[in-house]
Design a protein around this ligand. Structure first.
Ligand code: B3K
Ligand code: ZN
Length: 889
């Protein structure tokens, strides 16, 4: 917790490290109240640096001794300023021996070495290693690590660290030891240790080159019945990386450890991935389909980091997207390949587009907007964002769209060939792509340097006489903090033209014939601010399907008529744009209705939903030729946050009421069809998280939700019956949530029964809190009451998020109560959490990001709450950065 003025760090100020570290030997005497860390490292001057001082970082640790080449250094030999320890006049080469003490049991930040349920875990990315020992804790210093762990054998029977186990044995006083050695050099942020009472599921797995690797999934006793899916996902990940990228596991042993107290999803420490239990533990009884999918994606993601992140790492934290954007792209492709079918791939793509619109576009339009490769930060932990991750993945995807799959693969191969075991930059990646394909990707760099979501405006004209179709694309990008003017981006625009019969027309653009091999999508390259493309041989007035597969993270504007959208919604061969047409139809209705509700003073009165829209939805709903998973996506309305994003003045209640009206009206008018789909998409028999079953359950449960949006006795009974008879968590929570959202009289009883049955399962209790936090019937008073529940604690990130963050970020009606009580609650919780865990607090703080967009009354309340937090004398850099950027002009 700091009280000094936070410092801004700039990318342009990067300098090479003054000293390099060749080897590090760490010795840990683990004790929750007083852990002694002995660190011996060999360092040498970096020829690439003009700086002559050794620079080490340390935070919240007590320095006991510091020796240089055997000589103990005294006060005058080194300088400590804040977190920086400098040793001037250091020799070219040196052995440094440093002893420090830390207190894991009182480390509530969950960064560095901490205890969870009595056992030891670490989290070092981004700058947690300095909370363990003094070190040049920056990603461009890569060293070989050897780690000796010593701890009480009874309490901590399992001692793990990175790499290979070299030796283990017993010591005096009931203690034991384990010696680990990581054969690869790595930056300190990838260091990890675990000392715990755990059990594991393990397996020997044969790699492509014939070697076998030992795979282990470590969990607390009692959770061994929930490790199968993580293990299976790990094996699939290893195989996929071999087959798609020719990348092999480079270790003899690969471990995953699940821990209940964890700030984010998981961490890719070399050979010892540490995971939030949420992304490991699953069986049908406790985990939903979405949980299973999350596990596959995150296990994949962390495993894929072994090459994109670990073998090739980041030069500095501004380059974070080099590893995160690329690894998200890889995990997205993995998930899509695991499904295999075309629609399956498209459904994963639609999900990605929804995430961008739900979270990234708002970020890009708010006070925390930053480029994929930021230019500055106060606290790097604030930059593990949807922009760096998800928009970063879109940027990587655009290379593949521009270069083709083979071209992209060549670029990847060259990237590894050039940069294995190096710490590099986003530019290095871009250059590998360019060089491997003989392409100039200079302009493409702007995707890394310019923030904000580009807007592409499309105008079209068909000339019957000349049989030409002209497409004019005009791009612009709104200003973002620190960037008033933007230059044109290099945007791949995938396009197809639909004929009157709904089929794709053959394409000839600017003299180039596309689709020789039957493909009827062309990838246009928009590089100018205003550019025109001419299609020739167009014999009929087409309907344009622009930005197929969401070929770029932009906002596409085009004056589509309802008739054109219905045509696309019924026929587009590109499933993503087919879905998109439905979203456009829905959005125009939602915006109009929200306006009407607001004008009537937030009363839902005489609203009307047109037949065109309802009929279009009906047609998709009953179309058995379409996968249920696609139909479910097509029937999902844009979220309240996506609607808000379209408005200059946001009235959250009006949006909610309008959206509820549409849901209820669809529920009532499509009752027969929804019931039929409910019956047709049952998945009897043993639960399986395969894509087809997941799709069926999703459509069935969406039908249940629609039916209960305007509930009658029969729909409520259906939900109750599903709740009572559910054999898996997906169906159970869907039914419970239908009852809760319908304000069913039986909801309270169902919630209680749910809690009673699952109170021993922490992850299910999180769902129980989250479901209540998100219900529009839940107000601040109810949240406060839930906070007094014996199962609630702010100290566990998952639990704090399940109730407090879900309410603040996922319950617009309750949070934006007209009296400002939601904001007062927010301020209180941000402050309370900040004292415990700045990273979790700072995430919560972002719930107020877009406060300037709300109605004047709400804005005034929000500003007061922000000022209340900003006015705290003691605040972490994390929260300080977020609230001061929100308040800045
Ligand atoms: N690399 C970690 C995230 C670390 C977050 C530090 N605040 C997980 C991941 O992206 O795989
Ligand atoms: Zn990652």
């Amino acid at each position: 917790m700091r009280t000094d003025t936070p410092q801004t760090i700039y990318r342009k100020d990067y300098t090479a490290p003054s000293y390099l570290v060749d080897t590090v030997e760490l010795g840990f005497d683990l004790d929750p109240a007083r852990t002694v860390v002995a660190n011996r490292m060999t360092v040498r001057r970096n020829p690439a640096s003009a700086q002559r001082e050794i620079e080490l970082y340390g935070e919240d640790i007590e320095l006991v001794t510091l020796r240089l080449n055997g000589r103990t250094l005294g006060e005058g030999d080194y300088v400590i300023e804040g977190t920086l320890l400098r040793i001037p006049n250091a020799p070219e080469e040196a052995t440094l021996e440093i002893e420090t003490i830390c207190v894991p049991e009182s480390n509530t930040t969950l960064s560095g070495l901490y205890t969870s349920n009595g056992s030891f875990y670490t989290q070092c990315e981004a700058e947690g290693f300095r909370r363990i020992t003094y070190f040049p804790d920056r990603p461009d210093v890569m060293a070989r690590f050897t780690v000796m762990l010593r701890a009480d054998k009874d309490k901590y029977p399992v001692l793990l660290s990175n790499g290979n186990l070299i030796e283990e044995g017993d010591l005096d006083n009931g203690r034991h030891y384990a010696l680990w050695e990581d054969p690869f050099k790595k930056p300190s942020y990838l260091f990890a240790l675990v000392a715990a009472r755990l059990v594991c599921q393990e397996e020997n797995f044969e790699l492509a080159d014939g070697r076998t690797a030992l795979l282990q999934v470590w969990v607390e006793e009692g959770n061994l019945d929930k490790t199968d899916y993580a293990m299976q996902s790990l094996k699939h990940s290893i195989r996929w990386d071999e087959e798609r990228w020719n990348l092999e596991l480079d270790l003899d042993r690969f471990m995953i450890v699940a821990v209940g107290d964890f700030n984010m999803g998981a961490m890719e420490n070399k050979g010892l991935n540490i995971f939030n239990t949420k992304f490991v533990l699953a069986n049908p009884r406790v985990a939903t389909d979405v949980d299973f999918q999350g596990i596959e994606a995150v296990v994949g993601h962390e495993y894929f980091h072994n090459w994109t992140g670990n073998r090739v790492t980041c030069r500095d934290w501004f380059q974070l997207s080099l590893k995160e954007g690329l690894t998200v792209f890889r995990d997205q492709e993995f998930s899509a390949d695991m499904i295999g079918t075309n629609t399956g791939r498209a459904v994963t793509r639609i999900d990605q587009v929804r995430t961008l619109r739900q979270a990234q576009f708002p970020e890009d339009a708010g006070p925390m907007a930053h480029p994929v490769r930021p230019d500055s930060f106060v606290e790097i932990n604030n930059f593990y964002t949807v922009t760096v991750y998800e928009k970063g993945a879109e940027v990587v995807r655009m290379y593949q769209t521009l270069l083709g799959r083979d071209g992209f693969r060549k670029g990847m191969d060259l990237y590894f060939q050039r940069h294995d075991e190096q710490a590099v930059t986003c530019d290095d990646f871009r250059l590998a792509m360019a060089d491997a394909n003989g392409r100039d990707l200079t302009q493409f760099e702007r995707w890394y340097s310019q923030a904000g979501t580009p807007v592409v405006q499309a105008e079209t004209r068909w000339d019957e006489q000349a049989q030409t179709y002209t497409l004019r694309l005009v791009q612009s990008c709104p200003p973002t903090p620190g960037q008033a003017e933007k230059l044109p981006f290099h945007i791949p625009v995938a396009i197809g033209l639909l004929g009157r019969d709904g089929r794709d027309l053959p394409l000839t653009v600017d003299g180039k014939v596309h689709g020789k091999d039957g493909a009827t999508t062309a990838v246009l390259e928009l590089t100018e601010a205003d550019q025109t493309f001419v299609f020739t041989g167009v014999t009929e007035q087409p309907t344009p399907s622009i930005l197929r597969d969401f070929s770029a993270p932009v906002i596409l504007k085009h004056g589509y008529s309802d008739a054109e959208l219905v045509h696309l919604f019924s026929h587009d061969s590109d499933p993503v744009n087919r879905w998109e047409a439905g979203q456009r139809l829905a959005m125009s209705r939602l915006l109009k209705l929200a306006g009407q509700v607001a004008a009537a003073g937030n009363v839902v009165d005489r609203l009307d939903l047109d037949d065109t829209f309802v009929d279009a939805m009906r047609k998709i709903l009953v179309d058995d030729t379409l996968d249920p998973s696609f139909r479910e996506q097509a029937l999902l309305l844009p979220t309240e946050s996506m609607i808000a994003d379209q408005l200059d003045v946001v009235d959250p209640l009006a949006i909610h009421l309008a959206r509820q009206f549409v849901r209820a009206d669809i529920g009532a008018r499509l009752r027969t069809e929804l019931l039929a789909q409910y019956d047709a998409n049952q998945t009897p028999g043993e639960y399986s998280p395969d894509a087809e079953s997941i799709g069926k359950r999703a459509l069935k449960n969406l039908a249940l939700a629609y039916l209960n949006a305007a509930p009658d006795e029969a729909s409520l009974a259906l939900a109750q019956k599903q709740f009572d008879g559910a054999t898996n968590m997906t169906d159970r929570v869907a039914a419970l949530s239908a009852l809760v959202h319908a304000r069913a009289p039986a909801a309270a009883d169902a919630l209680q029964r749910f809690y009673d049955e699952f109170q021993g399962e922490a992850l299910v209790v999180d769902k129980w809190f989250a479901m209540q936090a998100a219900a529009p019937t839940t107000d601040v008073a109810r949240v406060r009451e839930l906070m007094t529940h014996k199962a609630f604690t702010l100290r566990n990130p998952n639990r704090a998020r399940s109730l407090v963050s879900t309410f603040c970020a996922g319950n617009a009606v309750g949070f934006h109560a007209p009296d400002g009580s939601g904001y007062g609650f927010w301020a209180e919780q941000v402050i309370a959490l900040d004292a415990l865990n700045p990273q979790v607090a700072s995430r919560l703080a972002r719930a107020m990001d877009r406060w300037r967009r709300y109605t004047p009354d709400l804005q005034a309340h929000m500003k007061r709450a922000l000022q209340q937090v900003a006015g705290q004398a003691k605040l972490s850099n994390d929260v300080r950065e977020v609230v001061s950027k929100a308040l800045a002009n």
